[in-house]
Write a protein that binds this ligand. Structure first.
Ligand SMILES: [Zn+2]
Length: 340
């Protein structure tokens, strides 16, 4: 089969499009012909070099395609079925997995991170990872969903316990997590404030339901939040930007507000003034992906049309370098896709 792989860490130039052997399907696995795989910032981190990545390596976490072969031990799936793949790898038998907390499993990793991913024509994955999709979704739409929607659902619903009527600040409206979080917060009838770097992105965020948009280049986020909330601040901040917005995110919280973070796109080193943490009774939560149950829960809303996938642009798999360069320039609103 054809695959986009890296043999060394580095810039987009280390991505190679090459012929490799087809995967062998175990009896507990399903072989899927990949029709679409979406890019995440994780792809950029893995390409630049993360611990635990064995070379050569296939990138790509979010996969949709068609079932080619169903292993003997797998029930409920058939050849030709259109499916999306849960983008996670877990052992399935430890106490955390048995409790349904797969993202706390010691073997937990994201497809395309410590295990091979979907930037290729065929992938074999455990039957539990394979989820049929309705005809209303095309392959690009389906593959744009899993990682960012389960991440945003786990952050807002699983960890921050969002409630109707709350005010939520969502950073980076044009990112995959931002787009998912805006829609999930609106599903819970929250007031949503979001940020982006230009007016056209803010306009698209409003079309998704955001009530207020802040241009983070021309305005100070916390000043705008104070104006919008009548000096009170927000109940929840959804963070994934990191160093460049951390201070503003903390300042935007109301007393006893919750900041939940799943990323550090602009850098990992931030400061915390402990006096503010305890005196303002803030809650800081770290989030990593989500559970299988949360993925099924959020997918049900996507399949019913209550949450919408947003695809920016698709590249043929052989143009994987151009796709990485496009994502790195942050020109997109929504997901960047690869089609084998
Ligand atoms: Zn486990």
């Amino acid at each position: 089969m054809k695959a986009a792989r890296i043999h060394q860490f580095g810039g987009p130039e280390v991505l190679t499009y090459e012929d490799i052997p087809d995967p062998v399907t175990r009896k507990d696995q399903v072989l899927v012909r990949v029709k679409a795989c979406s890019l995440n910032h994780l792809d950029l981190w893995v390409r630049k070099g993360l611990p635990g990545v064995k070379l050569p390596h296939i990138l790509g976490s979010d996969i949709a395609g068609e079932v080619v072969e169903v292993g003997e031990y797998v029930a409920g799936l058939r050849t030709g079925q259109r499916v999306v793949i849960a983008p996670m790898h877990f052992c399935g038998h430890c106490l955390k997995c048995l409790a349904g907390l797969q993202n706390q499993c010691r073997e937990f990793t994201v497809l395309g991170n410590a295990v091979d991913g979907g930037d290729c024509e065929l992938i074999a994955v455990p039957g539990a990872n394979v989820i049929p999709i309705p005809d209303s979704l095309d392959f690009n739409q389906a593959a744009s969903v899993p990682l960012v929607f389960v991440t945003a659902w786990h952050m807002l619903v699983g960890l921050a316990a969002v409630r109707p009527g709350q005010t939520v600040l969502i950073l980076g409206a044009s990112s995959g997590v931002g787009i998912a979080a805006i829609q999930i917060a609106k599903l819970f009838h929250c007031r949503v404030i979001t940020t982006a770097g230009d007016e056209s992105k803010l306009e698209k965020a409003r079309a998704l339901g955001a009530d207020h948009g802040i241009n983070h280049y021309t305005h100070k986020i916390s000043d705008e939040v104070r104006k919008i909330t009548n000096k009170e601040g927000v109940d929840i901040v959804v963070e994934h930007v990191g160093a460049s917005t951390w201070e503003e995110s903390l300042r935007s919280l109301k007393t006893a507000g919750t900041l939940v973070t799943c990323g550090a796109t602009t850098g990992p080193d931030v400061g915390i003034d402990l006096r503010h943490l305890f005196a303002r009774q803030l809650r800081l939560l770290g989030s990593y992906m989500g559970t299988m149950a949360e993925l099924h829960e959020v997918l049900a809303h996507v399949f019913a049309g209550r949450l919408k996938p947003v695809v920016d642009r698709a590249f043929p798999l052989q143009e994987v370098r151009a796709a990485h360069e496009y994502l790195e320039k942050s020109r997109m609103f929504g997901k960047v896709m690869l089609n084998p």
